[in-house]
Design a protein around this ligand. Sequence first.
Ligand SMILES: C[S@@+](CC[C@H](N)C(=O)[O-])C[C@H]1O[C@@H](n2cnc3c(N)ncnc32)[C@H](O)[C@@H]1O
Length: 462
Amino acid sequence: MVPSHPGRRSRGVASRASRPSRRTPAAGPRAAESEADPTRLEPVLTSEGRALLDELGDVSGQDPLAVSTRLRALGHSADVVAAVLTQAGLRARARAKLGEDAAGLLLTRDGLEQATRPVVARVHAQRLREAGARRVADLGCGLGLDSLAFARAGLEVTAVEKDPTVAAAAAANLAAHAGAHVETGDAVAWAGEHLAEPAPGEAVWLDPARRRIGGGGTARVFDPEAFSPPLSFVEALAARGCTVGVKLGPGIPHEALSPEAEAQWVSVDGDVTEAVLWFGAARRPGVRRAALALDTRGGQVCSAELVSAEPPGGSPAVSAVGEEGMAGLVGHLLLEPDGAVIRAGLVTDLAVGLGPEVRLLDEHLAYLTAPEVPAHPLARRYRVLAVQDLNLKALKRWAAETGVGRLDVKKRGVALAPEQVRARVLGSGRSRGGRHATLVLARVGEGRYALEVEPLDDGGAR
Ligand SMILES: C[S@@+](CC[C@H](N)C(=O)[O-])C[C@H]1O[C@@H](n2cnc3c(N)ncnc32)[C@H](O)[C@@H]1O
């Protein structure tokens, strides 16, 4: 249960949270919608708004106008109703990403997009604990999903957020945890005041904003110095001797990685969600790069990790099949490494770990091949059924002759959109039913090939 006076411990937040909701005279729902700003969070920070939200539950299958009319008829103001319906909608949307947590959180659209998945945040919290942390400063906490995991792991948390509305939501989201509090303010200033000297048992976590707001929307930023706070600020904290973890986008260029950090890429159910740089006590000795795959599809979390002591570019050389070996692939396996392995640049490390017969398809592609290897959590296996030159007309004939009605298309190094290929190859046969085939399109050497493959591992990486 989340208390109805969120953020009591944060003065800036508490004053907002306790402000009474603006009551407007009862009016019809149309008038209500035109008066109220549904993105305002303040109405759900009041005890009335919060209680209504928690009572309302899931209304995603219901007509919003009918729900609004019903709530207005009960005497709730237009802005409370608008905000509650917005929150209910966000909670429904959040379920896929945040799981059961979604039902109890206050959310904003941007905050939800940027929030760390609980399954990943739990792993990060565990690492900080194992590094000896007892307290964590979450600098730029957003809605507080990382802080929530830290608090649940038994760490004391100070969460700092510059946006007062987001800070209020974070305070509400953390209100059930006595050891966590939210401060509204600038992370850089906060660090200047509190982190001049690293204290034993203290760690710092950052998930810098990687979007710029403006022009009526948000745009991703890719320059680490344009992040807020910037990566150089994080590195300066690490240079002071702080134990630091910083979450970055998985596409962070390897050249931007500090040699002082361990870089860990994380995937969830096959999708790469982030890269984290770990400094100080949170960095594992002898690990420079790591790929961690979390798989939740079996109802519990399975994890598998590949690590390397070598910096980017330091992975082992592995031979490639190349064009001359393509015809001999029929009957062999094609292996698709997990995205975290690919982002971490650990494809050939994986190949070496899988066995001496594992080769690259092409030296520039993240596909491996072998006569046979057992299932592995960091690679999805396909049996190669046929290999032909990539020619859309020939593929169309092949699809008609072999009764293909459903087609999955994967590609590497080929500038064709899978959707386009599917439409061209299936043509009008798309609606007729038929067998389900999978094609892998790949540039190997100077040639472009289409491999018909059979997936051996259901779901994703496993
Ligand atoms: C990516 S979000 C954090 C998401 C969070 N880790 C979660 O899982 O919910 C980054 C947050 O940092 C905040 N932020 C950016 N620069 C900041 C600064 N200098 N001081 C405090 N907060 C900052 C932004 O307002 C944003 O809410």
